[in-house]
Write a protein that binds this ligand. Structure first.
Ligand SMILES: Cc1cc2nc3c(=O)[nH]c(=O)nc-3n(C[C@H](O)[C@H](O)[C@H](O)COP(=O)(O)OP(=O)(O)OC[C@H]3O[C@@H](n4cnc5c(N)ncnc54)[C@H](O)[C@@H]3O)c2cc1C
Length: 417
């Protein structure tokens, strides 16, 4: 498999593009691996990559029931940031942002990492105080943050409805290093990089059982037969609770639908990521010109990758509150993904009570930006048997001990996070 470079681009362009090789292999499953990762989304693929790169563990299979990237990694609204208040989150997501910053060189893949900034709007004096506090906490942790006043916001995003809205805009918290990344390229890039280090990517292979004997994991039953492994890592996002139940585990996770929307392409009108502070709405503009946006989860448990009309209406209302000009656009595409909503809104990266079985889940609707750090920390946890200090706050037992990581202070309900 060739190295992508300007030289390979020119060579292939001059020879009719007939010599590109497949980005990864399509191997037959082996009878045994050192480690099996269940789920070929962003987190499963990055875990496999960092297992090979950071820990030299290359006898690894990623078992994916559909095709690589068919889950949330290819369905999200592509926002990355590390603008968190709570220390467990701040340091973890900042590590992720730093990995994003060097990712394309590391995996030799153009993932279109675009640090165009993430601007959280505030609509009341109290909210501005809360943003100042969060911004100060970020700066104390070495993360960039700027508090903008109304005029700075107006100058930065001219299309905003500053004055005549139900919730007038009072300012905003800006993280310039935040931005967007092309979502499915992340899956493809990690897949190719993991494959190059010897990881087997087993697509169209569903895990239908987890074999546990004497309190120890022995491997996974799949639609292509049993695969033995001493270590199994679950990275199944919206299906996490169902797959964990195969090993007899009941998790503090509920599955909900989140929808995304894309408009027709227009000339550049929003060159950053903007989020609404009086509701739940976020928008950016893709390189093709479409406005990419979303809002709240649908609010009922579901495993369907589609959503209902009430949220479509709700999200459109929020869009028009902020950007009245969006009423002139046609909306071309809409889809849903299954969110693994944890009860405190923060993820789990940990061992489980079953020896050799590891868990990565509870990403809610913020797991895309975590993809590099999640894989990096999960690989560390699987390789060493212990969480890294960066994921030490994301233990499974926190729901029993009460050491919750509730960023919003919202309480134990998925639709509040
Ligand atoms: C509409 C939408 C917008 C979002 N916007 C953002 C955003 O802007 N920023 C952000 O940070 N996050 C966002 N998210 C959240 C983010 O996409 C997810 O948290 C993250 O992608 C989850 O991790 P993953 O990539 O590994 O998941 P997935 O890609 O869903 O990977 C899990 C994989 O496990 C596989 N699987 C499940 N069960 C089995 C089985 N039994 N056997 C084998 N394989 C199995 C699935 O097929 C799937 O491919 C959004 C999500 C959605 C749906």
């Amino acid at each position: 498999m060739g190295h992508y470079s300007l030289f390979s681009l020119l060579k292939n362009a001059l020879t009719g593009n007939r010599h590109w090789t497949p980005a990864w292999r399509f191997p037959e499953p082996k009878a045994r691996y050192d480690t099996v990762i269940v789920g070929g989304g962003g987190h499963g693929l990055s875990t496999a990559y960092y297992l090979a790169k950071e820990h030299g563990i290359t006898n690894v299979a990623v078992v994916e029931k559909g095709y690589l990237g068919s889950g949330n990694v290819g369905r999200n609204t592509t926002i990355i940031r590390s603008n968190y208040l709570m220390p467990a989150n701040t340091h973890f997501y900042e590590h992720s942002l730093k990995l994003w910053e060097g990712l394309e060189q590391d995996i030799n893949y153009n993932a279109m990492v675009s640090q165009r900034g993430v601007l959280n709007l505030c609509h009341s004096d109290g909210q501005r105080d809360a943003y100042a506090r969060r911004g100060n906490a970020m700066r104390l942790a070495g993360v960039d943050a700027e508090l903008l006043d109304r005029e700075q916001v107006r100058a930065m995003v001219p299309g905003l409805n500053m004055d005549n809205a139900r919730f007038p805009i009072k300012g905003g918290l800006l993280q310039r290093r935040g931005g967007t990344v092309r979502h499915d390229a992340v899956a493809w890039g990690y897949a190719r990089a993991a494959d190059r280090r010897g990881v087997d990517l087993l697509q169209n292979t569903e895990v239908i059982g987890i074999r546990v004997e004497g309190g120890r994991v022995r491997g996974v039953e799949t639609t292509r037969g049993f695969i033995a492994a001493n270590r199994v890592g679950l990275a199944c996002a919206g299906n996490t609770s169902r797959v964990a139940a195969m090993a007899g585990l009941r998790l503090p996770i509920e599955s909900h639908v989140l929808q995304a929307f894309v408009s027709e392409g227009v000339k550049p009108m929003i060159d950053t990521v903007v989020t609404f502070g009086a509701g739940h709405f976020y928008v950016s503009q893709s390189d093709k010109g479409g406005l990419v946006f979303g809002g709240d989860i649908d609010g009922y448990n579901s495993y369907a990758q589609r959503g209902g009309m009430p949220i479509v209406r709700h999200v459109m209302e929020e869009a028009l509150q902020l950007f009245p000009a969006m009423s002139r656009l046609r909306y071309l595409r809409q889809w849903g993904g299954i969110m693994d909503m944890s009860m405190d809104g923060s993820p789990i990266i940990d061992r489980t009570p079953i020896d050799g079985l590891f868990l990565n889940g509870g990403w809610c609707y913020g797991g895309f930006k975590a993809t590099p750090a999640s894989g990096w920390c999960f690989a560390h946890t699987i390789a060493t048997g212990e969480p890294h200090r960066l994921n030490a706050g994301f233990r499974l037992d926190r729901f029993g001990t009460g050491r919750l990581v509730d960023e919003k202070g919202a309480g134990a309900q998925p639709n509040l996070h």
